[in-house]
Write a protein of this length. Structure first.
Length: 397
């Protein structure tokens, strides 16, 4: 999707908020209908039957009839797709939507004249029962737009995202391969020796965020003061998300343009960031430290980075087994846990090879990916690094 920042008037904001409320209401009704289904009962109503029921509900309720039927039907369509994804095993079961969370609605059957360019930096989109809403034209709008989605984030910002599948980023076609190691202290280490760091939250923002969270703990639930504090916290978090997303987009595009094959570790991030609390009978250990590590891993955007790489360089990203890549010497192939002296230093106990620990792991990943690439082309699979020296024997005591 191609997303732009909307600049609605107060009246347009109120109208779009009503659309969000209608979409949320219809979605939650569909969730309630399916929550009553049990094995042995008649099938829960599908999309066609729910649309028929929606027509009856609009005839009986004026407040629902005043909304856009396109918005309400597309909420049912989105729910039907979510259920299909659930039964397909790719997503979780759809749940209730709460006010202020994941607010938005979708518009389909967009005509060519529904999106206009007003000036060099300003565009406008026609929203049903709202009118022409301006947006910041930060880049050209994709041609032949068929649908778009309007969203409201927790920071109070409106965005419009046009459905669009961009073409893949072209590689250099030189056969160059790179290994990528993801970490916490060093976000991305390349086998070329480059170290890349994702933007972190600024110290002033961290201090302000701490003050606001303390203020939120003292605020009364449901009060205007609490809502104001929550909005201020959301603005700080939104700025950090924007910086993180900007870094991911630029870095992934740069790698897709520079290299033909990109090797990354096949990490199970959801399992790695699972809580260590445990149960009452079997409580976890070092829970606070594990929670801090989980936050650091998620802040490094490991999953988002590889996902965008695969979008921009399809069939050129190779996921490799991550086992022992950080403990194996790239020079001689010896692997042991004590090879890694610290977070940053790798020193082989056999051959004495010393290097940055993350770069050494990235080079191991590159060599494994090279073996996969040769095997995929039908040649002999490379067993290990091509530039390793003969492994030396351990000195006898």
């Amino acid at each position: 999707m191609s997303r732009y920042r909307l600049s609605p008037t107060p009246a347009q904001e109120a109208a779009m908020a009503r659309h969000c409320g209608h979409a949320r209401f219809v979605w939650n009704l569909a969730v309630e209908q399916h929550s009553h289904w049990q094995p042995g009962r008649k099938n829960a109503p599908g999309f066609v039957e729910q649309c028929r029921q929606l027509t009856e509900a609009r005839a009986e309720n004026e407040w629902l009839r005043d909304g856009s039927v396109v918005v309400q039907q597309q909420a049912l369509k989105d729910f039907a797709q979510a259920m299909a994804n659930f039964f397909g095993g790719t997503h979780r079961r759809p749940t209730w939507r709460r006010r202020g969370e994941n607010e938005g609605f979708r518009i389909v059957a967009v005509k060519p004249g529904d999106v206009r360019r007003l000036s060099r930096r300003v565009g406008a989109v026609l929203v049903p029962k709202v009118g022409w809403v301006r947006f910041r034209l930060s880049r050209p709008v994709p041609k032949s737009v068929k649908s778009y989605r309007v969203t409201l984030d927790r920071a109070g910002r409106w965005h419009v995202a046009f459905t669009y599948i961009p073409p893949p980023v072209a590689g250099p076609e030189s056969g160059e391969l790179v290994g990528v190691d993801r970490g916490v202290a060093v976000t991305v280490a390349l086998s070329t020796g480059e170290l890349l760091f994702i933007p972190r939250q600024r110290e002033t923002e961290e201090a302000r965020l701490l003050r606001l969270r303390r203020k939120l703990a003292r605020a009364e639930r449901g009060s205007n003061r609490r809502a104001k504090v929550k909005r201020a916290i959301a603005r700080i978090m939104a700025r950090q998300r924007d910086r993180r997303k900007d870094w991911v987009e630029k870095t992934s595009t740069q790698l897709a343009r520079r290299f033909d094959v990109i090797g990354v570790e096949d990490l199970r991030i959801a399992a790695m960031t699972r809580s260590a609390k445990g149960t009452t009978e079997d409580p976890g250990r070092n829970v606070r430290q594990k929670a801090g590590l989980n936050r650091a891993v998620l802040a490094a955007a490991w999953g988002q980075f590889v996902t965008r790489l695969e979008h921009k360089a399809p069939s050129r990203v190779m996921r490799v087994d991550p086992r022992y890549t950080s403990q194996t010497c790239h020079a001689c192939g010896h692997h042991a846990s004590d090879n890694r002296e610290s977070q940053a230093v790798f020193r082989c106990r056999v051959c004495g090879h010393q290097a940055d620990a993350d770069v050494n792991a990235a080079r191991n990943i590159r060599d494994i990916a090279a073996g996969h690439a040769v095997n995929a082309r039908g040649g002999d699979r490379v067993a290990g690094p091509t530039n390793r020296e003969p492994q030396l024997a351990l000195p006898s005591e």
